[in-house]
Design a protein around this ligand. Sequence first.
Ligand code: PHB
Length: 405
Amino acid sequence: MSKNNSKVISRRGFLQGSAMAIGATTVGGLMPTSFAIGGTSKVRVGILLPYSGTYAMLGNSITDAFKLRVGIAGGMIAGREVEYIPIDSEMSVPKAPQNTKKLVDKEKVDFLVGPVHSGIAAVMAKLVGPREGPIMIVPNAGSNAVTGPLCADNIFRTSFSNWQPAFPGGKVMADDGHKTAITISWKYGAGIQMMAAGKSSFEQNGGKVIKDIQVPFPDVEFQANLSEIAAAKPDAVFAFFSGGGAVKFVKDYAAAGLKDKIPLYGPGFLTEGVSKAQGAAAEGIKTTLHYSGDLDNPANHAFRKAYNEAYGKMPNVFSVQGYDAAELIIKALTQVGGDTGATGDLIKAMSGAEFPDSPRGPWRMSAAHNPIQDIYLREVHDGKQKLLGVAAKDLEDPAEGCNMA
Ligand code: PHB
């Protein structure tokens, strides 16, 4: 291994041990066999993720796990060194076109990894797809449109569509015997789409949403909204917030005295990666998501151990999505012998990709390039997610409006 590889990720000693641990379960047989055209140059990975603001934890978790996976492969992708070109998205939709163009046209990246935010994802998808490279991998943003009307041959997602983790949650709330609910979220793509999905399954199962509350993104002043909820007295509340905003919302909800009166539900982002910071306020909150830290499979155990050794903390769903984004690139680029110019074959390899050993459990890429995956029901216990069961098996996004050329 060259000297440069050690720059890819620090705490290299840990990773070498981890590589062996995980290699046995997830990457066996995936090491590069040949070098192809351009094989001596670095693979250029452009990253557009939030490193500041309410979603900073998400961007950092994705980046850390992406680098962990590459570190496990010896700091190489298909035998080639990797150059990361990261940009802080600042969660800014207005800045998204210039940030995307910088990575695509100026930096000429081979792969574009990002974003977290649904609004930015739609901007990027319009600029990037469908065309001959770069290949865009979405490691979080759930915008339904990205694997719906904006779907494209060169756009893949390793996370979820906004519909996916939210739809099963509505049924959970109805199955718990609740008849009325209020939804509350930030007013932008992700919140609007997740609340619509949760509402539709709640109502299909006999419930009634009496009010949808939308808070400007990324505001965290919830007092007026909480007073409105207290006055309306629904049976339950279904909420989407994430990162720093989720910490504040869940704490404010408890402080307003609502926690024991009106149970909170939502897509798992409400407590994911933040339940420790939320403390007692998060205890007992039930959510649905495509990951739970306590999933009992060998890949998850190895992943959590390696991540903890590398970064001194436990991973979350965002890390899993970043890890699988790297896994997808490694798998596909290895199949084409490291040739980043073989766009057609790379796309073919990614389209048929299967992940039998993901920390989230097995998943595969749908025809619209979105994960077909299990959605788990979890509950916060002692600051951790406790797996209660599978809320939806092998869930595939309907991908309405996707006509892949
Ligand atoms: C999104 O904007 O698509 C988004 C952001 C944060 C999440 C989930 C979805 O936790």
